[in-house]
Write a protein that binds this ligand. Structure first.
Ligand SMILES: CC(C)(COP(=O)(O)OP(=O)(O)OC[C@H]1O[C@@H](n2cnc3c(N)ncnc32)[C@H](O)[C@@H]1OP(=O)(O)O)[C@@H](O)C(=O)NCCC(=O)NCCS
Ligand SMILES: CC(=O)OP(=O)(O)O
Length: 334
């Protein structure tokens, strides 16, 4: 599958920024292939973590050049003890010992996060070979929420049938409260705008405008819609964000269906930011679209962190990694 216009534009914009992105999973063949593409096309400057000799051999066996790529082995890095000391200071109140800190930062996801924390890279993309929990936990512990106490959530950029959508939260918050759903909806609208995706947000349910009757699952989404609208009114009134719900998926994205099931919806069946009611629905939903509609799926991109650390699915393709690196480069502060 070739690149879509959307992702090529993101890649072209990333080339201008020339950010340094850490790819901790230098033992994964897809990550190495992606690193080669990113380096050869000049999309970002790459730091790969892993065994230098194995990475060098893998590159030379494919005829790829490692020129321009930095390779660090956490086990032998001269930064290891410094990072362990920093991590110990950050986490000692949680009961960690200096020895545990040293063992922890030897893990590539933690080591990459410590590089970010030290300001020696602009972004990190991991998760091709690690679960989301293993990728995201170091970021939550070390990089932390940009706003103290705020919920970090995630989104996928889904490239399907010449349209680009945001799906949230497909990776992090398992069973969001109405408040968390509302925050996700508003944060996803702001994230959408950063990538020129219209901030037309639908909070999804099995019910459209009360058609599912009185039920706690529906009421949670209805409450989230109220909270999200109030938040937009109070904090982002001038940004053109449209939020509506609760809506079934077809009422959210198919104008003819919206005209029947939710004729008053300001979205008119043209939502581009889809907020799922929980992680079951969201994770299954994005994988269905990716696999059955052959859609591009970039992410999960985290929103609300101090610095960009982003995840991947273990089922990702090389071009998903390349696209997610480009998205990460654009998230990094100027
Ligand atoms: C993200 C996740 C790993 C965090 O949970 P956890 O590992 O149990 O971590 P904890 O609850 O111990 O939290 C670790 C830290 O992160 C913080 N944290 C957890 N979730 C957070 C969130 N959504 N936003 C901000 N901070 C968060 C905690 O407050 C805690 O901070 P502290 O240790 O500095 O006090 C967990 O929510 C999870 O497993 N989510 C589902 C992942 C998944 O399987 N997704 C499907 C495939 S993509
Ligand atoms: C995002 C996601 O579902 O990740 P994984 O497929 O690795 O569980």
């Amino acid at each position: 599958m070739g690149r879509s216009i959307f992702i090529q534009q993101i890649i072209d914009a990333a080339k201008v920024k020339q950010r340094n992105i850490v790819l901790p999973e230098g033992s994964d063949e897809r990550v190495l292939e992606a690193a080669n593409i990113i380096n050869a096309e000049g999309i970002a400057s790459v730091t790969l973590l892993g065994d230098e000799q194995k990475i060098t051999e893998a590159f030379s066996s494919k005829g790829w050049s490692l020129d321009g790529i930095k390779v660090i082995n956490p086990e032998t890095s001269d930064k290891l003890q410094e990072y362990a000391d920093t991590f110990y200071e950050m986490r000692k109140a949680k009961g960690i010992t200096p020895e545990q800190a040293l063992e922890t930062v030897k893990q590539v996801s933690y080591f990459g996060t410590m590089i970010m924390n030290a300001g020696d890279a602009d972004g990190m993309v991991s998760g091709a070979a690690h679960s989301t929990a293993d990728t995201v936990r170091p970021a939550l512990q070390v990089i932390k929420s940009a706003k103290k106490g705020a919920t970090v959530s995630s989104f996928f950029i889904m490239d399907v049938n010449d349209k680009t959508y945001i799906f949230s939260d497909c990776a992090l918050v398992v069973d969001p409260t109405a408040e968390q759903l509302a925050d996700m909806a508003v944060d996803s609208a702001i994230s959408a705008m950063a990538y020129d995706i219209p901030p037309r947000v639908a909070l999804l349910s099995f019910s459209s405008y009360g058609s599912g009757g009185k039920c706690p699952m529906v009421e949670k989404v209805q409450e989230a819609v109220k909270l999200a609208k109030a938040k937009v009114e109070a904090e982002h009134a001038d940004k053109g964000i449209v939020i509506d719900g609760e809506l079934q998926l077809d009422s959210a994205i198919v104008p003819e269906v919206a005209s029947k099931k939710a004729p008053e919806s300001p979205l008119g069946g043209e939502a581009r930011v889809l907020i799922f009611p929980d992680l079951n629905a969201a994770n299954i939903g994005y994988k269905l679209v990716q696999r059955l509609a052959n859609a591009g799926a970039y992410g999960p991109v985290l929103q609300g962190l101090n610095k960009p650390v982003n995840d991947l699915s273990r089922g990702c393709y090389v071009e998903d990694i390349v696209g997610t690196v480009a998205l990460t480069a654009l998230q990094a502060a100027n």
